[in-house]
Write a protein that binds this ligand. Sequence first.
Ligand code: ANZ
Ligand code: ZN
Length: 842
Amino acid sequence: MEQNYDFKEIEKKWQKIWHKNRLFDVNEQSTKQKFYCLEMFPYPSGKIHIGHVRNYAIGDVIARYKRMKGFSVLHPMGWDAFGLPAENAAIKHGVHPAKWTYENIDYMKKQLMRLGLTYDWRREVTTCSPDYYKWNQWIFLKLYEKGLAYKKSSSVNWCPSCGTVLANEQVIDGACWRCETQVEQKELEQWFLKITEYADELLDYCDRLTSWPERVLTMQRNWIGKSEGVEVDFPIEGMNARLRIFTTRPDTIFGVTFMCIAPDHPLAETLCDDKEALKKIKLLQREPEIKEGIFTGKYALNPINGEKLPVWIANFVLMEYGTGAIMSVPAHDQRDFEFAIKYGLPIKTVIIPQNKKLSEPLTEAYEEDGIMINSGAFSGLPSKEGKKAVSDYIEEKRLGKKTVNYRLRDWGISRQRYWGTPIPVIYCDKCGIVPVPEEDLPVILPENVSLTGKGESPLKYVDEFYKVKCPRCGADARRETDTMDTFIDSSWYFVRYCSLKDEEAFHREKIKYWMPVDQYIGGIEHAVLHLLYARFFVKVLRDLGIVNFDEPFDRLLTQGMVCMESYRCPEHDWLFPKEVKDEKCIYCDKPVHKGRVEKMSKSKKNIVDPDEMIETYGTDTVRVFTLFAAPPEKDLEWSSQGVEGAHRFLKRVYAVVYKNYKWLCETMPVTKSVSDYIAYELLSLTHRTIKRVTLDIEKEYQFNTAIARLMEFINEVYSFEPENDQQRSVFKFAMKNFLILLSPFAPHIAEELWIAIGEKGFILNEPWPDYDEELAKEQMIELVVQVNGKVRSKIMISQGLSDEDIVKIALNDEKVKQWIDNKEILKVIPVKGKLVNIVVKS
Ligand code: ANZ
Ligand code: ZN
């Protein structure tokens, strides 16, 4: 054994051995319970960043821990490999997206290998490979068959100078990213998936996801946005037309004073002669701060009381929601209120609070519940009951009907881009839309394209791709050139991992064994779209009979961000941390301005490079630091002192074993009847540590406190020198268990020292140790509390509590309270975990 902790040598060595022994390959084992641990797969952007490292380190600890707990653990990794950056790189640097992507994957895979992660690479998924995207196409065809994929016209960003469609990310401040021309909206026929068909189930099942963060569920629920109300028809005076509106507040129908329709409502053109004004208002559609309207000159009639209501066109009414028309109740809806004030329209109060007076004229809308007034036969009803009573009345008189609306829209999946899955559809002049026959899949994305970022899709110019024969009638036909949204790729990749690369994609038996994912880990930025689409796809696959479960992810952990201070020099702008010395810029020696701690970002240069960190400190240190610095779901502040601290800890672990390894590797652990006092203390410490680490991991994955326990343990044994056989054998037992506990966090050093203390086999194959409740009992000590220098209480507390906890206990003690009640506390001083001094004003 080397005297010094040569992490480079150790980490390289074990990665090689693990790999050679195929230690991380796993197959279905009917005798074991399964555990599927999954981290969101990365986009191969070129290099992994520290946020990835944190994500994968968290996943790896869970995977290793569960395996040692006796589960058969699936822990796969892959690449979300289609997408815009590859295309942009192609346009800028002339390198083909495929080349760019695969080179990035190669590089990043090497980086991942250096992290010592327990991935079964036989299952690697690369979404831009035809054997993967073939199944995107297959699922699309199934959706089409079931009427769940359809085409409709929808608007896209259009750069008139490049003659091309732009993705939202390519529109910068309303202009084209390449030529800075003002971007326009253009209507195109596009493909949609009917996710709305599953809106209700997606909403209801949120209640079953009891191990998801509440915040994510709230975001999902709001995104789906179910709202119950009624549709009511308002006849238009002097025309043979009706205005159908959607309202969630039928109880306010006597308070309607005008009507509003969306600028793109089908009646807008008919009702409004001023085409210029209409165009102007259309442009204001997505600016909720502004309220703009045009009076059409027409009136509608309130079907309940016959009142005459002016009809307006208003920018804040959206065509995509409800019916695209509303009844406006300015007294009880704030937007209507602002609109009414601006245009001098009447305001009529029909709901008043139960016990308060409403001071009129109103200064804002009264939107709460209350009692109905000025509402004919309904006056006097509480508004909640009124809602039901008015809707019943409306249905009874056939003026409208109760309906449910969702904010959720169907999923537009057409992208006018090259680097994506071709949509498997052919257009024939005779047969119309013809789906590609299943046996012709995959529709391969051609590689010989020229990418300029200008003009229509480059696929139009690839004859072998674009010009096809109609599969139905054999006539000349054209292939669809739109590709799929890349969110499709990530909506089912977790199912693909269940079988090996060369096995069938939907291996029902294997899917049945592994799915659903037991633990999913990723960033909060995916709280809505990715997770919702994946949930939708699983329900579709279930209804196709491919999977037999309802939800893809049983438990979800959204990890916090990695943050750091940023530095800015008055002359040299943002600086990397290494360009700052003693708070000064290394180029001009001027003092730097320290920015607040925020998410690492390239633009502010507050980033650390994982490669550099691993080079300097080793993977185990980087893993331990990222896991120790904060609980997984909280933001983590990167600090070089922290990394140093983690490194020092591992060096101490190494030193403890090195000092003793000669006898450690010969001593067999015995644990029965320990009579020696010191040996007993060490045995108890060991069981306590096992208990605490286990509970910390089990309880919400509190890895930070688990590692703190391991650090405490090492501090306790650091200068320990056994004096007799009992002490020696307990020490061996202690170190053996300590290394097992350490191994999920710092697997390389644990494996190295495992062998050094004479153990056999891989530490990953060891069972997680049990603890003895009796031996693991917390040791109690006496806490002395003084008030103004006099001992006022003695309390038994468990050893090892934090100062903060101790102070809390002291201040809450009944005896102490008698001496400090009603007095101003000037100071509270905890001393060595045994004494608390309280100073009060006397
Ligand atoms: C009358 C009314 C009175 C309304 C009142 C609210 C308060 P949620 O809950 O989000 O579904 N609305 C309906 N369709 C709209 C559209 N296309 N664009 C803009 N607003 C629209 O909101 C439903 C309410 O939003 C509806 O109820 C309607 O205004 C408005 F005291 O009708 B309400
Ligand atoms: Zn342009």
